[in-house]
Write a protein that binds this ligand. Structure first.
Ligand SMILES: [Zn+2]
Length: 517
């Protein structure tokens, strides 16, 4: 669906790199199913281009780009490649099945990268960049070129590289601030300089890719748009290398809220911003801070009395955006024990999720169980149930029951029953540093998988004594990290479920490896 562009306003292309740059955040690696699920959510969000990965980087990356190219429709699917034949060939191999493929080639151009990393002079760089773009253009008409570290590249040389790569067939030229060094005025000047001095600049879309090392990624991207850039590269929740990338939700809402100034718009369905942010947070285990702009829990909370008074009289006194525009529900408290499936389904739809009838049924069953334990069910509770349903991995083991006896100065004693296929297994042991540790040790013993627990986080999904607790664990097994998530009104049960979820992920990964051999 495309909205008509208002008179005089430009359409800005939103290029999402959550699955490539975002995945390079420490601890954010995702498996194939998770990447496909996020790609689906990005299409629903209205992202124009999805950078799905760096195919030559690993077999996993290749497989993810290929699967997304095959199964995802509605956005351009892009794969990254260095200016090397084998990189570009491999990228095309992965992208081949896509309806709208794009090959993205990059080569560093700054003096510091030329001298120390590449050991190439300016003429070598030009030759390689042109050859890379030509090779990619031989495969597909949609080619993006990025002069890596462009923001620190000499202005004259950058103009030459941009002109030559457009001549060679680049349809988008992306200007990355790879190290997060630029400031808004500087970034605006870089873009303006290219627009004024490169003779064939109108034959390509100018793009920016800003990193957030100085907290300026969104500001720099906006300055680039103001100076004439037509594409912004960004990620959900601002994920990415080091301090991350330009955050998609922030740039989109800045352009929308200040359309009076930028005269620019995007194709993004802004009501899907919060659900997409939650999905990415749950899949990666990297939660956004409460005061994060647009999607943080407090982004629209007005606590100060004087603000509340103003808000009651006229919302716009203190509110520049409406919470429902970004996907927060307008009413908080909604459902309870007596709510039916239709009420749940309509609430789910209002929250921005698109679930099929079978998924609604599963979520409804979980909702009924929860309503027995908890009087008031909030949107965040429903979101937690949906995300649990959408992210379910094949369950080799499931929890039947557990019991822990513990107390000050006592060694905890855990009794655990798990189901595996048709059979039930149980164990009892007395050890561990506390009840949670005892449950984890019992699960490890029954599952026969040993792990090292790297992180353990509990937070409450909503408010009140009967609130659901959400537990996120990260464990290491044979050098790889696995995440697990569990929710329950009982935080010890949520811990057991999260640990089992991680075990099931390890089992699924081991099975995949066995199939491949
Ligand atoms: Zn980057």
């Amino acid at each position: 669906m495309t909205e008509s562009t208002q008179a005089g306003s430009r359409r800005i292309v939103i290029f999402d790199t959550t699955l490539r740059d975002g995945e390079q955040s420490p601890g954010a690696s995702m498996n194939l199913a998770e990447k496909t699920e996020i790609a689906q959510a990005l299409v629903a969000l209205g992202v124009d281009v999805i950078e799905a990965g760096f195919p030559i980087a690993s077999p996993g990356d290749f497989q993810a780009v290929r699967q997304i190219a095959q199964s995802i429709h509605g956005s351009v699917i892009c794969g990254l490649a260095r200016c090397r034949n084998e990189d570009i060939d491999r990228a095309w191999e992965a992208l081949g099945p896509a309806e709208q493929p794009r090959i993205h080639v990059f080569l560093a151009t700054s003096a510091i990268h030329r001298e120390f990393k590449l050991k190439m002079d300016k003429e070598d760089i030009l030759r390689h960049a042109v050859a890379g773009v030509r090779r990619a253009a031989g495969y597909c008409p949609n080619v993006e070129f990025s002069p890596e570290d462009a923001a620190r590249t000499e202005a004259d040389f950058l103009c030459r590289v941009v002109e030559a790569t457009i001549d060679a067939g680049a349809t988008t030229v992306n200007i990355p601030d790879t190290v997060g060094y630029a400031t808004p005025t500087h970034m605006g000047q870089v873009i303006r300089n290219l627009r004024n001095r490169v003779p064939n600049i109108d034959k390509a879309v100018l793009s920016v890719h800003c990193h957030n090392d100085l907290g300026l990624a969104v500001a720099n991207s906006l300055a680039a748009v103001e100076a004439g850039a037509g594409q912004v590269e960004c990620t959900i929740n601002g994920l990415g290398e080091r301090a991350g990338n330009c955050s998609l939700e922030e740039i989109v809402m800045a352009l929308r809220t200040r359309s009076d100034f930028y005269h620019a718009e995007t194709r993004i369905a802004t009501r899907r911003l919060v659900p997409t942010s939650r999905l990415v947070a749950n899949v990666t285990g990297i939660h956004v801070q409460r005061n994060k702009a647009i999607v943080g829990q407090n982004a629209f909370a007005h606590e100060a009395g004087i603000h509340q008074d103003g808000m009651l009289k006229e919302r716009t006194t203190y509110e520049i955006m409406r919470p429902e525009d970004v996907g927060f529900a307008t009413t908080e408290l909604v459902l309870g024990k007596h709510s039916g499936r239709a009420a749940l389904a309509s609430r789910v739809k209002e929250m921005g999720y698109a679930l099929g009838p079978e998924q609604i049924q599963t979520v409804f069953e979980a909702f009924k169980l929860l309503a027995d334990k908890k009087k008031e069910i909030y949107d965040a509770d429903i979101a937690a149930l949906i995300e649990q349903e959408m992210r379910a991995v094949p369950e080799l083991w499931s929890l039947v029951s557990y019991e822990v006896a513990s107390g000050t100065g006592k060694v905890p004693r855990a009794t655990l029953r798990l189901r595996r296929g048709g059979e039930e297994l149980s164990t009892e042991l007395a050890c561990g540093d506390g009840p949670v540790d005892a449950v984890f040790l019992a699960i490890e013993k029954l599952a026969g998988i040993s792990v090292v627990c790297k992180s353990f986080n509990v937070h409450s999904v909503t408010v009140g004594k009967d609130a659901q607790g959400e537990v996120m664990v990260q464990v290491e097994h044979e050098g790889r990290l696995y995440r697990g998530r569990g929710i329950s009104t009982d935080s010890l049960e949520a811990s057991a479920k999260a640990f089992l979820d991680a075990m099931n992920r390890i089992a699924a990964a081991n099975q995949a490896v066995r199939v491949k051999k």
